[in-house]
Design a protein around this ligand. Structure first.
Ligand code: CA
Length: 365
């Protein structure tokens, strides 16, 4: 190649390269999506996870891939997000898979099971323990691709108008509770209700329900449950580390450029990290404020925890006969859980049990 020709080609190559750098932005299509959230806007931890996804995706695609996030009831009711994604009303939805246990109980494992995994263990199962693949096979039946997109950490046990001292006190209790926990508590006499976030306060205020659980101090204070119920129980044994997920219509997903798919997947992972960090950073102050305002903190009596745990594992044994997906996913989940418990019992529990109870750290003299 002659030097002049080479330079010309090099210059051409350089020019093409100069265009190619922003070529992702220039040659990729402008795409607009909508995310239907199951949550109200005022919950700036949980709702904000979907907003973070939208913002980050726009930033890394030079605003070519734009997503608008709609709160519960703006496009569809909070508990119908899966259907909206499945039938293509929206391209994606930010929701809790366990809202859909009525379709298949195996959806619960996409969020959490009572007496299951904490947030770290759940992420370990999803990302490295076969959980992503296991859940994907279920969601495929609904035309959905998914990514973990937020976690609250272990939740509180909810708000009660009256104290719950014995297992017998649960009998007839009208309790707003999500996922399979309602079925577990039904075995103990609770009348479980599934009500979307925005409607819980009113139901508790009117006395349509006797008790309600949502998430933890930061959200619960915002939703005002302390104004209509005095007793705040812990821990939320049904939600040790619940995942929120981004459900994506599989055809819309397949039609996305690869770079946009990567942007979306990566933004979801970021949101998954940030929601948990945000809850952890916000909860202490909110709990202090609630207690200062008269909220009565109560641990669940051990007898209730024991009875609930027994009922939970009885239910899991039954569900294998009701759902092929449960039968397929649960054994691997359970094995993973048992191995995690074995490990966490050593270093994590050894550390935590000393750290949170030592006299030096509790302020005890
Ligand atoms: Ca909850």
């Amino acid at each position: 190649m002659k030097r002049r020709a080479f330079l010309k080609q090099a210059a051409g190559g350089l020019a093409a390269g100069a265009i190619a750098a922003p070529a992702i932005a220039q040659s990729q299509p402008a795409i607009q999506w909508r995310i239907a959230s199951s949550f109200p806007k005022n919950l700036d931890t949980i709702f904000a996870a979907a907003e973070l996804v939208a913002r980050r995706v726009a930033e890394v695609t030079d605003n070519k891939f734009q997503i608008r996030v709609f709160a519960a009831n703006e496009l569809v009711p909070g508990l119908q997000v899966l259907d909206a994604v499945q039938n293509g009303t929206v391209e994606a939805g930010h929701t809790a898979p366990y809202y859909y246990v009525g379709k298949d109980p195996a959806f619960a494992m996409g969020t959490c099971l009572p007496f299951g995994l904490n947030a770290r263990q759940h992420n370990a199962w999803k990302y490295y323990g076969g959980g992503m693949e296991a859940m994907a096979e279920l969601y495929k039946d609904y035309g959905v691709v998914h990514f973990p997109c937020g976690n609250t950490g272990v939740q509180m046990g909810g708000w009660y108008r009256k104290e719950i001292k014995t297992v017998a006190d649960l009998k007839g209790l009208k309790f707003r509770i999500g996922g399979l926990a309602g079925q577990v508590l039904s075995k103990l006499g609770v009348v479980a209700q599934q009500i979307a976030g925005p409607e819980i306060y009113q139901a508790l205020e009117r006395g349509t329900i006797d008790a309600a659980e949502w998430v933890g101090p930061y959200d619960d204070e915002k939703l005002g449950f302390n104004k209509v119920a005095k007793f705040y129980y812990y821990p939320g044994w049904w939600e040790g580390g619940p995942e929120l997920s981004l459900f994506i219509n599989d055809k819309k997903w397949a039609a996305l450029p690869k770079a946009y798919q990567a942007a979306l997947e990566s933004a979801c992972a970021e949101a998954n990290l940030h929601m948990l960090a945000r809850y952890d950073s916000k909860n202490p102050e909110s709990l202090r404020k609630l207690v200062a305002g008269g909220t009565q903190l109560r641990p669940f009596p051990a007898a209730i925890m024991e009875a609930a745990q027994k009922a939970a594992f009885e239910l899991y044994a039954e569900l294998g006969n009701k759902s092929v997906h449960w039968k397929r996913i649960y054994p691997g989940w359970k094995k993973f859980r048992d191995e995690q418990y074995l490990w966490f019992r050593i270093a994590e529990y050894g550390y935590d049990s000393f750290a949170y109870t030592s006299r030096a750290n509790t302020g005890a003299k």
